[in-house]
Design a protein around this ligand. Sequence first.
Ligand SMILES: Nc1ncnc2c1ncn2[C@@H]1O[C@H](COP(=O)(O)OP(=O)(O)O)[C@@H](O)[C@H]1O
Ligand SMILES: [Mg+2]
Length: 440
Amino acid sequence: MDDAGEIHAFGRSLRRESSVWSRGGEELFSRSSRDEDDEEALRWAALEKLPTYDRARTAVLAMPEGELKEVNVEKLGAQEKHALLQRIAWVGDDHERFLSKFKDRVDRVGIQLPTIEVRYDNLNVEAEAYVGSRGLPTILNTYANVLEGLANALHLTQNKKRKISILHNVSGIIKPHRMTLLLGPPGAGKTSLLLALAGTLPSSLKMSGDIIYNGHTMDEFVPRRSAAYVSQHDLHMAELTVRETVNFSAKCQGIGHRFDLLMELSRREKEENIKPDPEIDIYLKAAATGEQKAEVVTNHILKVLGLDICADTLVGNNMLRGISGGQKKRVTTAEMLVTPGRALFMDEISTGLDSSTTFQIVNSIRQTIHIIGGTAVIALLQPAPETYELFDDIILLSDGQVVYNGPREHVLEFFKSMGFKCPERKGVADFLQEVSVINV
Ligand SMILES: Nc1ncnc2c1ncn2[C@@H]1O[C@H](COP(=O)(O)OP(=O)(O)O)[C@@H](O)[C@H]1O
Ligand SMILES: [Mg+2]
């Protein structure tokens, strides 16, 4: 809570205390709070009478002066917006409570949140590249490549590009409600696998095999709307602040089906005569409609990722001093986390981060995945043992092949049966990385 909020809360408590002391006795105090509850109940009763369309846009908000007010979240005044952002600030501080309250609300009316199961079947990824002196980007080579490309297209000459196989015939399945850790030495093909799964493989790479989301192949839907790929590299506009960067991303990528969900929730709750938890109700409304929706989600994610302390600092680059390397890495993650309900594919999000920050970030992603039922594959280089334990499944890649894809509990048993025993006092993640290098 910021200063204004604290002063406001303090003021309210003073007002209450003075009324208790001036009239004496505890009974009065309880009566005054009962009055407040009564007032809130009355406001809710009035809200419930509205048609669903209006009900999904109207919230009961406590203003700084202490009075309750019905506001339309689509058309907020400056003071109302400030009060609203204050009211929902707890969401970022207590992510787990927010998730469980949200889940409770959805469960009570029997709505099932959508989940995504990703299968990859006989996946091959190949690159074609010039090797040796032809691979150098000289002026002569550039012109020669263009001419040769034309001649190849017309079948006049043979293709002189060398084929490089990056992934060989890999198959597997990624389940929702479970965190999957992607391990493998550098060059094993982690980035290529994540790009292929997210449907963002560059056109220079050739792919064969199937990637299936809930039984649908990639050409039956728009993968970019259901999958989010967090890049290994941080590419940002140096002149924007952290908040602007994340806000821009939230505005560009939209809010998904959040508003439809809110309408359905509202309709069913009215039918079954259920009063929603006001705390969660106001957040959902603020995040689903109105001008402030991107800002609400941005504030939430910035807090979850611990970026609120540098929210108004420039991102920067080599020429312009900005946020630190670890913070930049988190901004890259935040850009993708602002969009709702997706399959997350995250590439080495921990490089340059200390182990406790990595633990916190992976833990908040885990809470979301477990409670809401998302899908996540996260590639990490050398995760600390406590971070490793947060995962449910492991995919171990080595030289473009899947060495292991299954539950974390069985991985040591599997390698023991193959003759590789993990030494005592060695981290399991380090051992797996080592085993996959030996096998190359
Ligand atoms: N466009 C490309 N052209 C040629 N080789 C590539 C291309 N993309 C990836 N590779 C090669 O594929 C292998 C796997 O790369 P990558 O998926 O980035 O591995 P990782 O992320 O595990 O470090 C590497 O040997 C890399 O050199
Ligand atoms: Mg990589």
